[in-house]
Design a protein around this ligand. Structure first.
Ligand SMILES: Cc1ncc(COP(=O)(O)O)c(C=O)c1O
Length: 401
């Protein structure tokens, strides 16, 4: 397929590239890089800087009064993020909160949803779980006086494990889209299997949020958590999102770590001696939230609201299929072929993934990312990636492999 064909497809099926700042190419013949690392760090929306500066202005002009005054008073700022975040993951607003970062949130959620009792002590994760999740669950198991070598089980087939050993599983915690292979798991089916076995079920949606449509409320997991620096383009180390299913929001027996932001906002400043948590995911908050970290998330979520996940997913399926067609027959793609079993990422098995990724950038201006020793990840993201980017990636790979 030719470069002209890629250009024609871009004219017929444009994304929203003009809303983003595209980094210059580090090498090759093109001014802009072909960016495929939105699964690691999304690009900066053009609007982010001005929005952030306007939030900084409130501090400059109002000082402490910015908590209550100005266009976006800080005491309620986090609430601006709740509804758009809920829409993005198919949750109710009361089930959703943006706070902290992903691994911290997984810990806070495990405080509530990993309650080992009797024989039911295990946490089930996937075989290629993200290392941070492994470390988090292992440390949580140790925290309960248990042995992570026995009670953290990694499996390639969660439903089969649940059918065989489900009565020993306290918590199922899986990645919705696997970070390494790009596989989208069947979230509703595995959630049902976990619940049928009597376990709690949570999802790490780092690679799913903003990448694939989610219906968390309807699918019914106990909790979910995601980051906003990948597909949600909110910047390095940006805040995470949390979902807690409605059925847990009015449960006085649930365990939770608390701080002053866990209490009802209307009575927070009475400084009562005992916390009175709201019947919402806000109850999982602890500290007063970082306004200048929330600002880019607000900007990004507005963009997702404007474009809509349905349109994005449709373009994503077309773009990834096009990239796959360019690689067909001469590259080993380990990501499932069926669009319903993946998001936008394609993972290729390659020799010397780190070296190849470096050469793609330095010689061709193509930014991919590698997971040593042999996986190269390419994520054409529907907001800003183009068919021409895909063509460039395939050409560069053909030269380098
Ligand atoms: C699947 C997955 N889980 C967890 C993390 C860790 O996220 P954080 O550093 O925000 O805690 C990442 C980071 O890339 C990830 O991809």
């Amino acid at each position: 397929m030719s470069e002209d064909d890629a250009r024609r497809r871009d004219a017929e099926d444009p994304g929203h590239r003009s809303l983003f700042l595209i980094p210059p190419a580090q090498g090759g013949n093109h001014e802009e890089c072909a960016y495929f690392a939105g699964n690691s760090l999304g690009l900066q929306p053009r609007a982010t800087r001005d929005e952030l500066l306007s939030d900084l202005d409130s501090w400059a002009t109002l000082g402490v009064e910015g908590h209550m005054d100005g266009g976006r008073p800080w005491v309620r700022y986090n609430e601006l993020l709740t509804e758009p975040a809920a829409r993005l993951v198919g949750a109710l607003p009361e089930e959703t909160v943006v706070m902290n970062t992903l691994t911290v949130n997984l810990h806070l959620l495990m405080v509530s949803f990993y309650r080992p009792r009797g024989e039911r002590t295990r946490i089930l994760i996937e075989e290629s779980a993200f290392p941070s999740d492994r470390y988090a669950v292992r440390s949580h198991v140790r925290f309960h006086g248990l042995d992570p070598d026995l009670d953290v089980v990694a499996t390639a087939d969660p439903p089969a494990y649940l059918a065989a050993e489900g009565d020993k599983v306290a918590l199922v915690l899986l990645g919705g889209v696997n970070y390494l292979t790009g596989e989208l798991l069947d979230i509703p089916r595995i959630t049902r299997a976990g619940h049928a076995a009597g376990a709690k079920v949570g999802w790490d949606l780092a690679h799913a949020a903003g990448n694939v449509p989610l219906e968390l409320h309807a699918w019914g997991p106990d909790f979910g958590a995601w980051c906003t620096y990948k597909y949600l383009n909110s910047g390095p180390g940006a805040l995470g999102g949390v979902f807690v299913h409605q059925r847990h929001l009015d449960d006085p027996s649930i365990q939770r770590f608390e701080g002053w932001w866990s209490t009802e906002p209307d009575t927070r400043f009475r400084m009562d001696p005992v916390c009175a948590p709201p019947k919402s995911a806000d109850a999982w908050q602890i500290s007063n939230p970082p306004v200048y970290a929330m600002s880019p998330v607000r900007t990004s979520l507005e963009l997702f609201d404007r474009v809509g996940m349905t349109e994005l997913r449709a373009r994503s399926v077309r773009l990834t299929a096009y990239l796959e067609s360019l690689l067909d027959g001469w590259c080993t793609v380990v990501t499932p072929r069926a669009p319903e079993r993946r998001g936008c990422q394609l993972s290729l098995r390659v020799p010397d993934a780190d070296g190849l990724s470096r050469r793609l950038s330095r010689a061709h201006g193509v930014i991919a990312d590698s997971r040593n020793p042999d996986i190269l990840r390419l994520a054409p993201t529907p907001l800003y990636s183009t068919y021409h980017d895909c063509w460039r990636a395939a050409e560069a790979l053909r030269k380098e492999l």
